[in-house]
Design a protein around this ligand. Structure first.
Ligand code: GDD
Ligand code: MG
Length: 324
């Protein structure tokens, strides 16, 4: 099987960081978000096709420089085609069936078991579903007694949500689902195509464990905690000469002598955390400097940020080269 991964969003809820770095390359627990998503794929996947748009060149260059265990091809869009248009644009030569992954969902999911379930029920598709408290920001499914999806509503009004089981952004589709997708304009697969596929048999694969759409600042930090707790963090640990407790992941050389770390921190390459500065529950990207006595918590700091001595940065998102 091949996999199409949708990588074309603008990452608007993570601005200003995403003005410089595409959402999928923001590090979470020491690795770019996209790489945690790809980790879910079975080893025997033949090819990963990245449907790119925003910052397509940056993503293509990064995956060339940091190869994964499958061959990767990027298929850029000249203008945003939406989830459906992106699939169709990237779908030439795709396998039947194929995996479809959103690039911002950080989850525990057994895609081998999902593939077996799909082969068994034989419908046109299988969507991984996850149960949440508030389904309104997602695509929501209604299910019959055999876990066949009987209705699907994208981002429903509260009164229209048919259940609390949402589209987890992980699916297996038969190739024929690409046929009805119109070309030449943006198409939402979830709004315009999925409802029409239900009579052909779309089944649920219920996820347990954890799941997070890492598209907003609070959620990317929550996803980071989930990944660290699941031992999926990158290498590192509290840097030499620093105090405090992990988990901390470091993505290159860092300087942090006499700094203090709370749990759940990613430090990019060449980050400096000066003596008596403190960092907890945060993502700190390449070349950022946190000066003496500063306090950074619950925050996402882009590359080349400077936090001045003694300053407190709490619950903030700082874009490339910002000063606080
Ligand atoms: N190629 C391409 N082109 N990809 C796109 C485009 C586009 O124009 N627009 C968005 N994407 C990618 C995003 O990068 C992301 O990986 C995925 O498609 C979904 O887009 P989001 O913008 O993150 O959508 P969402 O989170 O509001 O909703 C989607 O995900 C939910 C789960 O997180 C839907 O699939 C919902 O049904 C689902 O519940
Ligand atoms: Mg999303």
């Amino acid at each position: 099987m091949k996999a199409i991964v949708l990588v074309g969003g603008f990452g608007t809820r993570l601005r200003p960081v995403t003005y410089a770095v595409p959402k999928q390359l923001i590090p979470v627990a020491g690795r770019p978000m996209l790489y945690h998503v790809l980790d879910l794929l079975p080893d025997d996947v033949e090819e990963v096709v990245l449907a790119t748009g925003y910052k397509a060149d940056v993503i293509a260059a990064y995956v060339r420089a940091h190869p994964v265990r499958w061959p990767v091809r990027t298929v850029p869009e000249e203008q945003p085609l939406g989830t459906g248009g992106g699939m169709k644009n990237a779908g030439d030569g795709v396998s039947d069936p194929f995996f479809l992954l959103n690039s911002d969902v950080l989850a525990s999911a057994d895609l081998h078991a999902m593939r077996a379930a799909h082969a068994q029920h034989g419908g046109v598709g299988t969507m991984a579903l996850f149960e949440v408290e508030d389904p309104r920001p997602y695509g929501v499914a209604a299910l019959d007694a055999h876990d066949r999806i009987t209705a699907f509503v994208e981002k429903p009004e509260p009164k229209d949500a048919p259940s609390r089981w949402i589209n987890a952004g992980i699916a297996i589709w038969r190739r024929e689902v690409l046929d009805p997708i119109p070309t030449g304009r943006a198409v939402s697969f979830e709004r315009e195509v999925v409802p029409g596929l239900l009579p052909r048999g779309v089944f649920a694969f219920r996820l347990s464990g954890y799941w997070e759409d890492a598209g907003s600042p609070e959620r990317i930090l929550r996803a980071q905690r989930l990944l660290f707790d699941d031992h999926r963090g990158g290498p590192g640990g509290v840097p030499p000469g620093a105090r405090g407790s992990g988990p901390v992941a470091t993505m290159g050389e860092v300087r942090a002598r006499d700094a203090t770390f709370g749990p759940y921190v990613t430090l990019g390459a060449r980050v400096t955390v000066a003596p008596d500065a403190r960092v907890e529950n945060a993502i700190v990207m390449d070349d950022t400097v946190i000066e003496r006595g500063a306090d950074v918590r619950d925050s996402l700091l882009g590359p080349r940020v400077r936090v001045r001595a003694g300053h407190r940065v709490i619950g903030q998102v700082l874009g490339e080269a910002a000063e606080a």
